[in-house]
Design a protein around this ligand. Sequence first.
Ligand SMILES: Cc1cc2nc3c(=O)[nH]c(=O)nc-3n(C[C@H](O)[C@H](O)[C@H](O)COP(=O)(O)OP(=O)(O)OC[C@H]3O[C@@H](n4cnc5c(N)ncnc54)[C@H](O)[C@@H]3O)c2cc1C
Length: 320
Amino acid sequence: MLRTFLIDLSQAAWAQDLVTRSKLARQASSRFVAGHTIQDALRVVTTLNDMGINATLDQLGEHTANSVAANRAADGILEVLDELRKAGVRSNISIKLTQIGLGLDENVCRANLMRILERARDHANFVRIDIEDSPYTDRTIALYNEMIERGFAGETVGMALQSYLFRSEADARALVATGARLRIVKGAYQEPLDVAFAAKADVDASYDTLVSILLDASAAHSSRLSADGRVPPIAAIATHDETRIAFARTYAEKVGLPKTGLEFQMLYGIRRDLQEQLARLGYPVRVYVPFGTHWYPYFMRRLAERPENIWFFLSNSIKK
Ligand SMILES: Cc1cc2nc3c(=O)[nH]c(=O)nc-3n(C[C@H](O)[C@H](O)[C@H](O)COP(=O)(O)OP(=O)(O)OC[C@H]3O[C@@H](n4cnc5c(N)ncnc54)[C@H](O)[C@@H]3O)c2cc1C
């Protein structure tokens, strides 16, 4: 109930206005957001790298209002790729297609995506396309496939799939058949009952199924994390759920996949202990590091995932 309410709020302009003006919310968001500038984000990436953890940088933004803003967002992402090369850190990037125009005009989005992938290819870096809510799933997969047909390699671009969607098993099977690098997540949006599992147990079971599809494909293709930590293996297991992680580890061992044949991904600010523990065990770990001024919807989704976070922030602010 509270989850639905918070996700609804994440899309409400009036709430965005109210929350982003609150000092308390700005302070609270800093648990999940690395800062406002690329320099703030690079400091976090460097610290992670020093701990043996890779990163994926997300210049926050989604549902841009017009094509000028979408083009500007894409320009910003190009600068992030340039800064990553200059800094020489172990990080790739994650992007949302509605940030670069998918909700406005597919041609604008396509042109921006191609500019970003060309720059990533020039810099030998990798772009992960995040997966947004279900009205965009078809178009996201179609644009990903189109980029591969246009000659961009799986070392340059990959995407994510959500285990709460009924369709994801079929999508995963079709995509891994082409060697796609996929990130599996549970899903962070509010979806109608005719497209998504409502029960947590079903979302979790679907997660394990998707992971097994990816790990089977990884064992067959023997894909590995690149030496510079940027290009991920086929299977990116993005969760903080220890039972899902244990399943992935056991399944990978069963199919004879070495630890470097998969990577675990987690969000900045969540389960740092688990990130470090997996890295110490020799698994590649990548942390998703968001930065920028458009933090509101991202922050609200993090609250929706764990509404107890609200009480945590409120009690901390009272103690101060
Ligand atoms: C690297 C990465 C990339 C992602 N990309 C996308 C994407 O492209 N599209 C998309 O829809 N979703 C994305 N997500 C979000 C994802 O869909 C889930 O909403 C989120 O990961 C929480 O689910 P979980 O798998 O951790 O499992 P859950 O069962 O929700 O949580 C397991 C445990 O993790 C901890 N935890 C989880 N969330 C929080 C939180 N917000 N605050 C504090 N503790 C928490 C708690 O200890 C909880 O018990 C991404 C997640 C990660 C890790």
